[in-house]
Design a protein around this ligand. Structure first.
Ligand SMILES: Cc1cc2nc3c(=O)[nH]c(=O)nc-3n(C[C@H](O)[C@H](O)[C@H](O)COP(=O)(O)OP(=O)(O)OC[C@H]3O[C@@H](n4cnc5c(N)ncnc54)[C@H](O)[C@@H]3O)c2cc1C
Length: 355
């Protein structure tokens, strides 16, 4: 069994590499379609190429949590980045949530704003979450400690594949081209020569929205592939989670849809080395852990889906956004470290502005 729970976008955009493009976006996940949306709003002529189909990467395989911040809790983030930077990151991700949902304008994307809760696994995490609630409140955010977990009432959830499809639907005809696998980039002073199969394109600017896969095209980019796995059960009437739930420093997560299906993901922490891979296959080792978690949570429905996706991690835990060193006219919008749904729309806006 290896199929994501989310249906792929229903539209297909078969296409070829154009001979010329002002801006070429490579990658058709949430980052790529967000870039296209921001570039088109600025009346910049852009083409997006995707080697498979839209949302075939992590964007169609994730849990669909729209969370404020990074995987680390606020107290940890303040220690890592400093208070101002942590506040800036939480503000950016809150804005990402609002603007991205606004951009999908009334299309069916499974959006609900139920909030989220982070449940501590042990005393250390509990202490950090209590501290996070205090720091967040001091910094003007709506979070609270409710005695059992850190609640963020602004957070939400989506069907991530439907969201990618909704943003893509707004692109101008011909702007999205699926089935184009870029194999080489030659950065020049006046532009970038892009190669896919036998075809070549002279692009003014290229943006890498290839997340985990970026080093396959540009080996100097320091993004590390990390596999994450999930499972989903058939609907059940018994509620096991009132809102998207996060735990164990972000390694464990689960949610229950309005229609009753339970989605559980993570447990990468139990086998970190095997998950450093580009192989998007679920494994027995992690899936057994997810089954165990399902039983503990009271998710009794039959398992209907098991799947995996590849995330792109940066050293800092923050996305890379801007020009690529040593490659004139090549930009990057990638490295979302497991939080692309929370970051990509606003990160793409920043990159579009730089272009
Ligand atoms: C199981 C799982 C659960 C997750 N849960 C969450 C969550 O709840 N909330 C959250 O915010 N984030 C979550 N994430 C992370 C999130 O999915 C990613 O951060 C986000 O989808 C990254 O989007 P992207 O567009 O940058 O990359 P991707 O969606 O991976 O898209 C990159 C695209 O580039 C294409 N591509 C690559 N190389 C080439 C090439 N040479 N030529 C043409 N096309 C190419 C690929 O085919 C792919 O479609 C999760 C990830 C996984 C795997």
């Amino acid at each position: 069994m290896n199929a994501p729970f989310w249906d792929p976008p229903p539209e297909r955009y078969p296409g070829r590499l154009p001979e010329k493009a002002d801006v070429m976006v490579i990658g058709g996940g949430i980052a790529g379609v967000s870039l296209l949306s921001h570039l088109e709003r600025r009346r910049i002529d852009a083409v997006l190429v995707e080697r498979s189909h839209l949302a075939s990467g992590a964007s169609g395989r994730n849990a669909g949590f729209l969370l404020a911040g990074v995987a680390a809790n606020y107290a940890q983030a303040v220690r890592t980045y400093g208070r101002d930077k942590a506040r800036e990151v939480w503000e950016l991700t809150n804005e990402n949530h609002d603007r991205m949902i606004e951009a999908a304008r009334g299309q069916e994307i499974g959006y609900r704003r139920l909030g989220s809760v982070t449940m501590p696994l042990d005393d250390e995490e509990r202490q950090q979450l209590v501290e996070s609630a205090e720091l967040l409140q001091e910094d003007g955010f709506q979070a609270r400690w409710d005695g059992a977990g850190l609640v963020n009432p602004r957070d939400g959830e989506v069907d991530p594949s439907a969201l990618v499809a909704a943003l893509a639907r707004q692109a101008r005809p011909g702007a999205i081209r699926e089935g184009v696998n870029v194999v080489d980039l030659e950065s020049r002073r006046s532009g970038v020569l892009v190669t896919a199969g036998e075809s070549q394109c002279e692009a003014g600017v290229v943006v890498l929205a290839t997340n985990a896969y970026t080093p396959q095209l540009v080996p100097s980019v320091k993004i590390v592939a990390n596999r994450a796995q999930m499972m989903a059960t058939a609907p059940q009437s018994k509620r096991i989670a009132e809102m998207p739930t996060y735990s164990h420093f972000g390694y464990h997560y689960w949610r229950q849809l309005a229609s009753g299906e339970v989605l559980i993901g993570g447990w990468r922490d139990t086998s970190m080395n095997t998950e450093l891979t580009y192989d998007a296959e679920p494994t027995t080792e992690i899936q057994d852990r997810l089954d165990g978690a399902a039983a503990e949570l009271g998710a009794t429905g039959q398992v209907t889906h098991r799947w995996a996706g590849i995330m792109g991690f940066t050293e800092s835990g923050l996305p890379m956004a801007g020009p690529v060193d040593g490659m004139p006219n090549v930009y990057i919008c990638a490295g979302f470290t497991g939080h692309g749904m929370g970051f990509a729309f606003m990160t793409a806006k920043g990159v579009a502005e730089q272009i």
